[in-house]
Design a protein around this ligand. Structure first.
Ligand code: GTP
Ligand code: MG
Length: 371
């Protein structure tokens, strides 16, 4: 059943919580400000205080947005693993990814520091694809996780052999653990004379990471982004891990995914980098992401080329949103513009009301009852 705390109810009415408590007491109910009451009691209180109540069930608007129907076994096809590269600043995440892609992202970045999340697909030696997500530090990952977005299947922890375990290494380990995804160790910069990979392995023991060569289960690879040593082994290791995980998705349904990053581009308007996770996203689709919607005008792949569609585990830039969605927003296809408007207007209103409630300026005449 829907419930609300007394504090929240008071906020939404711009009333004092003590007055709500007093009214409840008159009805023989003793409550603290943090107590939760059901929506029926809340409605009575609100009306008694002279407010108009509109009950909005989230499910009414959001229902059916994404089909809950499980995919049939025969509709599932293998999909590429989505791999997030994490590690301490300057340990070589971008260089590693870059070496894997054999392009030059690092030299194009301001000061060699990652400015945005890049998402790319490369072919492993077997020919199978692997999707990589590079992170600009872990804040983006944290906020996405906090919002319930699950994008990664595997974390590659990059530790520089000349520097060892550092604060953000530890942070990355806890991210991987909290997300419940396997972690693969890449000990980078082994080309350096002062490299000490054994020290890295030993230091990781203190953080519950036991690598294979020390009798543990964590896959480990010594690599150099500079010389390219060990990179194909790393890719093979990722492939192997992915096979064990048996990652599959149904391509034959409406596209669904997550916004990895989004920005307002001067020339192109809102641009959202979306990781498709289920189904297939087509140009012309009408999509909703958070409180924004749009008709997909173009899909641009990681090589900068226009593509007509994108399937599971494929990262694409999506053009055509009417506003800029947030990283972590879930992207879904809706049947028509009217539906898109309905859902996003509802969400936008909710967002406004949440903010208003927080700042104490709730609408006096309207109290929405939700959860
Ligand atoms: P942030 O995105 O800022 O967190 O850094 P990053 O982890 O992406 O590191 P980046 O790839 O920018 O590399 C940092 C520095 O280390 C650069 O100067 C690279 O040239 C250097 N570097 C990266 N990998 C290697 C390597 O394998 N060997 C050597 N010798 N240098 C490397
Ligand atoms: Mg980087």
């Amino acid at each position: 059943p829907e419930t609300i705390t007394i504090q929240e109810l008071a906020n939404r009415m711009s009333e004092r919580a003590v007055d709500v408590i007093r009214l409840l007491m008159k009805q023989g109910q003793i409550h603290k400000i943090t107590d939760v009451i059901d929506s029926d009691s809340a409605q009575l209180i609100a009306e008694e205080l002279g407010h108009t109540v509109r009950r909005v069930a989230e499910s009414d608007v959001e229902e059916g947005l994404v089909s809950d129907e499980p995919d049939l076994e025969e509709d599932l096809d293998p999909r590429p693993p989505v791999v997030t590269i994490m590690g301490h600043v300057d340990h070589g995440k971008t260089s590693l990814l870059d070496a894997i892609r054999k392009t030059t992202v690092v030299s194009g970045e301001a000061g060699g520091i990652t400015q945005h999340i890049g998402a790319y697909q490369v072919a492993a030696p077997s020919g199978d694809m692997v999707t990589f997500i590079d992170t600009p530090g872990h804040a983006a990952f944290t906020s996405m996780r906090a919002r319930g977005a699950k994008v990664t299947d595997i974390v590659v922890l990059v530790v520089a052999a000349d520097d060892g375990v550092m604060p953000q290494t530890v942070e990355a380990i806890s991210h991987a653990k909290a997300a419940g995804v396997p972690l693969i160790l890449a000990i980078n910069k082994i080309d350096k004379p002062e490299a000490n990979p054994q020290r890295v392995r030993t230091e990781l023991l203190q953080h519950d990471i036991q690598v294979e060569s020390m009798g543990g289960e964590t896959l480990e690879f010594e690599v150099s982004a500079k010389t390219g040593d060990g990179l194909s082994d790393l890719l093979e290791g990722l492939q192997l891990q992915a096979e064990i995980m048996n990652l599959r998705a149904n391509e034959q349904r409406d596209g669904e995914g997550t916004v990895i990053e989004a920005k307002l581009d001067r020339g192109r308007g809102p641009v959202a980098t979306v990781l498709v996770q289920r189904g297939t996203l087509f140009t012309g689709d009408i999509v909703v992401a958070g409180a924004e919607w749009g008709r997909v005008r173009a899909l641009i792949d990681d090589k900068g080329e226009n593509v007509p569609y994108a399937g599971p585990s494929v990262p694409v830039e999506v053009l055509g949103f009417n506003g800029t969605p947030d990283a972590g927003d879930r992207v879904v296809v809706v049947p028509n513009e009217a539906r898109a408007r309905e859902v996003t207007e509802y969400r936008a209103r909710q967002k406004r009301e949440r903010i208003a409630a927080r700042t104490g300026g709730a609408n006096r005449s309207l109290v929405d009852m939700m959860r």
